[in-house]
Ligand binder design. Structure first.
Ligand code: URA
Length: 410
């Protein structure tokens, strides 16, 4: 294999064979292909794209660069969801235990927040003691007992993606549909799934800004999922306002606890039920009953305990992580709330300290926004539009200054 010729072929719009893609990924994972060549190839893919066959081959090669979770023939069906991320997107914490109540297994490997979108692992780690880094043996133990487990990527899973993602992050090659598809799908397929639902978001608070882009990404991921033997479906959803009524790690966990007790905001419950029913055995109406009966709440508590988390602290998570400065932002006029911009609110929440600008930065579990009003509601002057939770007075003042630019009442 002459790597410069492959890079030139892709640069000129040519097609790489499955064997060539496998050799490239194997050489890169071993450390035999230098990063400058992989960066050049990623840039060529960024500009020239890949055919569905090339994308499936890349996904499969990345999947086989490491280990997969192994299951027995008589194990229950494995299902999962992947979301492309958004503001206040906390659905995983409700969906995984709910699906486990349905008798399927949910071996959920999640990520951390980067930029304005939050990450499932950061939210879970706000529960004192909760361990997100488990060995494969521990993953199996938790799932055997609870039916669901929520962890970070193990060192054995998709090492090629780990290396390639780090390179893409610093070479301007993240927003490429074939590269995103292979990155996301290789990690999800390493869970050994039977069914997968993809929650692809578009709008100001999402990675994909337009419905057209989201549609293309969804199509690409579903095609690869099916080509590699996993029943995959998709839900496109708008991310122009935050999901539910909070954004920020512990604040979102508190909202999940309310939703798991059947007292969550309607939009959050609807998204969870729509996604869950795409991969569940039971119909939506039965899943809703399980949620309202508290089955999923008990299942979540069981999983938290098995992963070392304090169930007692979970019940009062808002007081465990209480920001020193909490203040209400009130409506300055009466009318209909037209805009509660997810991108703008996400940026404020990030700057309050709930997110990170680069991988490895610490996050502040306590800060963020809650009681976020939903668009379309009638508000009167003086009504609370949201509450800000800040670590310092200066951070609070900054949020007060910026947030009104992202809210519109007419
Ligand atoms: N998330 C991933 O895991 N990979 C990407 O390429 C983009 C988002």
């Amino acid at each position: 294999m002459h790597i410069p010729s492959l890079i030139e072929r892709k640069r000129d719009g040519g097609i790489l064979s499955t064997a060539e893609i496998q050799s490239v990924i194997a050489a890169f994972t071993r450390g035999d292909m230098p990063e400058y060549q992989m960066s050049a190839l990623a840039m060529a893919v960024f500009f020239r794209g890949m055919t569905p066959e090339e994308t499936a081959a890349l996904t499969e090669a990345m999947l086989h660069s490491g280990t997969m979770l192994a299951w027995n023939d008589h194990d229950p069906m494995r299902v999962d969801k992947h979301s492309t991320g958004g503001i206040g997107d906390k659905t995983s914490l409700i969906l995984a235990p709910l699906l486990a109540c349905d008798g399927v297994w949910v071996p959920m490997i999640s990520g951390r927040g980067l930029g304005i979108t939050g990450g499932t692992l950061d939210k879970l780690e706000s529960i004192p003691g909760f361990r997100t880094q488990l060995s494969e043996i521990e993953i199996h133990n938790v799932i055997d007992q609870a039916g669901c487990v929520m962890v970070g990527q193990t060192s054995g899973i998709c090492p090629a993606d780990k290396k390639l993602y780090a390179l893409r992050d610093v070479t301007g090659t993240v927003p490429s549909i074939p590269l995103i598809t292979a990155s996301i799908m290789s990690k999800k397929l390493a869970e050994g799934l039977n069914r997968l639902v993809l929650d692809v978001k578009f709008g100001s608070g999402a990675f994909m800004k337009t419905e057209e882009q989201a549609h293309q990404l969804a199509q690409s991921m579903v095609t690869v999922g099916r080509a590699l033997g996993v029943r995959s479906s998709v839900r496109l959803s708008q991310m122009n306002e935050p999901t539910g009524e909070s954004a920020g790690n512990a604040l979102e966990v508190a909202e999940c606890v309310r939703c798991l007790k059947g007292e969550g905001p309607q939009d959050l419950e609807d998204i969870v039920l729509d996604l869950a029913s795409a991969v569940a055995v039971s119909p939506r109406v039965d899943l809703q009953k399980m949620l309202h009966r508290g089955d999923a709440w008990r299942k979540f508590q069981q999983m938290v305990a098995l992963q070392g988390g304090s169930v007692e602290a979970l019940e009062k998570i808002e007081s465990v992580h209480r920001a020193p400065f909490i203040a209400e932002l009130k409506a300055g006029s009466s009318g209909v709330l037209q805009r509660m911009d997810a991108g703008g609110i996400g940026q404020v929440v990030l700057e309050l300290g709930a997110g990170r600008s680069k991988a490895g930065d610490p996050v502040d579990f306590a800060v963020g926004c809650d009681q976020i009003a939903k668009t379309g509601t009638e508000v009167r002057s003086g009504d609370v539009l949201l509450r800000i939770h800040a670590r310092t007075k200066a951070a609070l003042a900054h949020a007060f200054d910026v947030l009104p630019r992202h809210i519109k009442i007419t």
